[in-house]
Design a protein around this ligand. Structure first.
Ligand SMILES: CC(C)(COP(=O)(O)OP(=O)(O)OC[C@H]1O[C@@H](n2cnc3c(N)ncnc32)[C@H](O)[C@@H]1OP(=O)(O)O)[C@@H](O)C(=O)NCCC(=O)NCCS
Length: 178
C-alpha cells in the first residue's frame, strides 16, 4: 500500500481492494451520504468493491484519485479525501467524506489541506474545483478553511438543485510549477 502524505494525526494512502469493509462502514451510513451523489447510503458492500475498482483505475490512468485516510493512533480508516477527474467538465474535483464518529475533530480540514498541497506540488494542478450541496455547511466551512474560494451556484452532475461551486488555485502556478 502506498502512503501519499502524513499529517500530525493522519495518514493518507492509496485505497486497496481489501478496504471494502472499512469503506462500507461509513458509505453505508445514511447520515454520512446524505449530501453525496444520490443522497442515499450504499445498500451493499458490492458498491464499495465497484468504487474501489474505479479508484484503482484512476490511480493507474491519472496517478491520483480519492485516498484512504487513516488515524495514526488507531490505524483505522476513518475517511476518504482526494481528487477525481470529471471528464464532462475537464475539471479536477476535490472531495472528502468521514465516518460520523470522527466529525468535529478537525480531521477533514487536516486531511484536505495536506491532500490539496500534495495535488498542487506533485500533480501541478493549475486549479482544483469542489462542488457541494448548498446546505452542507460543514463541508463548505472545510473548503473555506482549506483555501477554496466560493464562485457562486451552478448546475452539477444531474443534481436537482444548484450546487455551491468552489475553486482553489495553485499558489505555485507561475512560480515554476508545471
Ligand atoms: C463535511 C465533513 C467532511 C466535515 O468533517 P469534519 O472532520 O467534521 O470537519 P472539520 O472538523 O475539519 O471542520 C468542520 C467545520 O465545519 C463547522 N461546522 C460543522 N457543522 C456545521 C454546521 N451545521 N453549520 C456550520 N458550520 C458547521 C465546524 O464548526 C468546523 O468549523 P470550525 O473549525 O471553524 O469550527 C463531514 O461532516 C462529513 O464527512 N460529512 C459527510 C460527507 C460530506 O458531506 N462530504 C462532503 C461532500 S461535498
Amino acid at each position: 500500500m502506498s502512503i501519499i502524505v502524513e499529517t500530525e494525526r493522519l495518514v493518507l494512502r492509496h485505497w486497496t481492494p481489501t478496504d471494502a469493509a472499512a469503506l462500507f462502514s461509513f458509505a453505508g451510513d445514511q447520515e454520512v451520504m446524505r449530501y453525496i451523489g444520490d443522497g442515499l447510503a450504499w445498500a451493499g458492500i458490492e458498491r464499495a468493491h465497484a468504487w474501489l475498482e474505479r479508484v484503482g483505475k484512476s490511480y493507474r490512468e491519472r496517478g491520483y484519485g480519492p485516498w484512504a485516510v487513516s488515524e495514526k493512533t488507531s490505524g483505522r480508516i476513518i475517511g476518504s479525501c482526494g481528487f477525481s477527474f470529471l471528464p464532462a467538465l475537464s475539471e479536477v474535483d476535490f472531495g472528502y467524506v468521514f465516518a460520523r464518529d470522527n466529525w468535529g475533530r478537525g480531521f477533514a480540514t487536516e486531511a484536505a489541506r495536506a491532500a490539496l498541497r500534495y495535488g498542487f506540488e506533485q500533480f501541478g494542478f493549475v486549479e482544483v474545483t469542489a462542488n457541494t450541496v448548498q446546505e452542507n455547511h460543514a463541508s463548505r466551512r472545510v473548503l473555506e478553511k482549506t483555501g477554496f474560494e466560493f464562485r457562486g451556484l451552478r448546475h452539477y452532475d444531474g443534481d436537482a438543485e444548484d450546487s455551491a461551486f468552489y475553486v482553489a488555485k495553485n499558489p505555485l502556478d507561475g512560480l515554476g510549477a508545471s
